[in-house]
Ligand binder design. Sequence first.
Ligand code: APR
Length: 208
Amino acid sequence: MQHGGSHRGSRVATNARLRSPRRPSPIESVIEHRIGNVTLQLTVGDITNQLDIDAVVNAANAELRPGGGVAGAIHRAAGPGLAEECAPLAPIAPGECVITAGYGLPNPHVIHCLGPVYGSDEPADKLLSNCYRGALELADHKQLSSIAFPAISTGAFGYPAAEAAGVALRTISEVATRLEKVTVVRMVLYSQGDLEIHTEVLDELHTD
Ligand code: APR
């Protein structure tokens, strides 16, 4: 496989058996795509169970409070110290990111991003792209080598999964070529259906 700043790469499927995301375990099935020095991974799992990752991304609310979905899971796993560190950093605006420690999570850092509410925060694609770009640049600036994202805005915020996948994967592909420290970018999807959507979008992006 050729690297050297190229967007092109190959996908590698390992261990085709996928389990319910309700019983997450570390990487069971991974789609990989190489972009320059970065390995982009797509997998099914729980964002709170990414044992080998420096920073996990929180699909946060503006107040950086626990909430539901990803935010609830991250705060439950991290413990109350996370909410205490978050409080003075809030509020954040759509598209913004802030970084904290990981507390009880297996990861040293959490990067909290506020995605757009679909149909309300505009332009939604730009704001969602800002989340991915900002988190990647923040991780790189902090000299981190790996980062894992959930599918920001695709739950309570209602962003259609395929559209959001296009924004996410296009942004990651663009930014990856200029990252200096980050070498692993993982998208942690919560269902096999979401993995399939992201895999199709990735194929479309990189086959021309
Ligand atoms: N790990 C990985 N992905 C998860 C997890 C998890 N533990 N829990 C949920 N997901 C998936 C959802 O299925 C969805 O595809 O993450 C995606 C984002 O869902 P949300 O967490 O609802 O995030 P978002 O749409 O950005 O909405 C944020 O939700 O709970 C509130 O306080 C939060 O107000 C904020 C809003």
